[in-house]
Design a protein around this ligand. Structure first.
Ligand code: GFB
Length: 327
């Protein structure tokens, strides 16, 4: 039977549309002419509540579903709130995947994370290294929830024939990111810290850890483009990594951010803070072979993200931002 393709008339549910990823998906969908979107804030629809999710799907029966809702955060938030990261993420994807299947969705795209792969996986990490070794302890709770989500996609495809696909993005950044220092990932945290150091003429900026771990960063608009591409072209149980194929040390990232922001002081590394995984570079051979590649290089992406920060976050210094962030 031919697989129905998303068309301008299709009813599309983006779960988590206010987060970094979800808001980028909404921008990309509109730009591509998909305007029949159904969106709900967390106040309107709590995705951790099974009865509420079931009611929503029964009433609206969305045809295509992007699961971009998750409890997410950087290394400190992951380490501090293990129960919340495990519980909320298991609940969100279980409720959404099951309700989508039982209410006749044509297709669902689930987003995992590069932290599903083992801490010491060979680099770059191919999709085949899943479950071949122990996870990084600082984020194992989140990783286990994400592994359960991608396995749920595979199980629903195998037992029920549900067209659920799973993509594993690398570390993401861009407009709409969480700049709260207690909950954020490294890139928005350093943008904010370096900006504030510049404003206050500080001599140095504190960078957590040793600065030696390596990370790959993908602009969220590239991620959204890849998700639309996969929604239209990928229909099997194999995981697909989404990355840009290049990584750098945290020290190099901090230097690039200092250049973009125009900060000339020093970087001070606080090695009492955790480094996390030594390296997390995704092998994107599978995605490249399908014909997709990213468009936004890190320096340009940092410049536009810094502009967004200046317009939306910097004007309210000390704003009471959420402790951890729902994507
Ligand atoms: O982005 P991040 O919090 O998470 O940290 P992960 C990456 C690296 O940056 C670590 C260092 O080595 C941090 O020690 N770092 C330096 C900082 N300065 C800072 C800072 O001010 N804030 C933060 N947050 N880090 C996350 C996982 O891992 O990656 C999530 O915890 C998820 O579950 C996400 O998978 C993609 O890259 O280590």
């Amino acid at each position: 039977m031919p697989v129905p393709r998303m068309s301008p008339d299709s009813l599309i549910f983006v779960a988590g549309h206010r987060g970094l990823v979800g808001s980028a998906l909404v921008r990309a969908l509109h730009a591509a002419g998909f305007d029949n979107l159904i969106l709900r804030t967390r106040q309107e629809l709590d995705l951790t509540r099974q009865d509420a999710v079931e009611r929503f799907f029964t009433q609206y029966r969305p045809q295509y579903v992007f699961v971009a809702a998750a409890r997410v955060g950087g290394i400190l938030a992951n380490d501090t709130y293990p129960a919340e990261f495990l519980r909320d993420n298991l609940a969100i994807h279980t409720n959404v995947i099951d309700a989508a299947y039982r209410n006749g969705a044509h297709k669902l795209l689930y987003l995992g994370s590069s932290c599903v792969y083992p801490k010491h996986a060979p680099q770059p990490m191919s999709e085949d290294c899943l479950l071949t070794g122990p996870l990084e302890p600082t984020n194992e709770w989140y990783a286990i929830a994400k592994i359960a989500g991608l396995k749920m996609c595979q199980a629903y495809r195998r037992q029920y024939g549900f067209n659920a696909i799973a993509a594993m993005p690398t570390n993401l950044y861009g407009p709409g990111d969480n700049f709260n220092l207690a909950g954020s990932h490294v890139l928005p945290a350093l943008l904010r810290k370096v900006h504030e150091a510049k404003l206050s003429d500080a001599a140095q900026v504190e960078v957590w850890g040793t600065g030696t771990p390596k990370r790959e960063f993908l602009h969220v608009d590239d991620l959204a483009a890849a998700c639309l591409f996969l929604m239209q072209r990928h229909d099997d149980s194999s995981l697909i990594n989404i990355g840009c194929g290049r990584d750098q040390t945290i020290a190099e990232l901090a230097q690039t951010i200092a250049r973009v922001v125009g900060f000339e002081g020093a970087l001070r590394f606080d090695s009492s803070k955790p480094d996390g995984t030594p390296r997390k570079l995704l092998d994107t051979t599978r995605l490249t072979a399908l014909g997709w590649k990213p468009q936004i290089d890190l320096e340009n992406g940092l410049r536009t993200t810094y502009d967004w920060f200046l317009q939306h976050v910097a004007p309210q210094p000390g704003a009471n931002l959420p402790r951890v962030h729902y994507g």
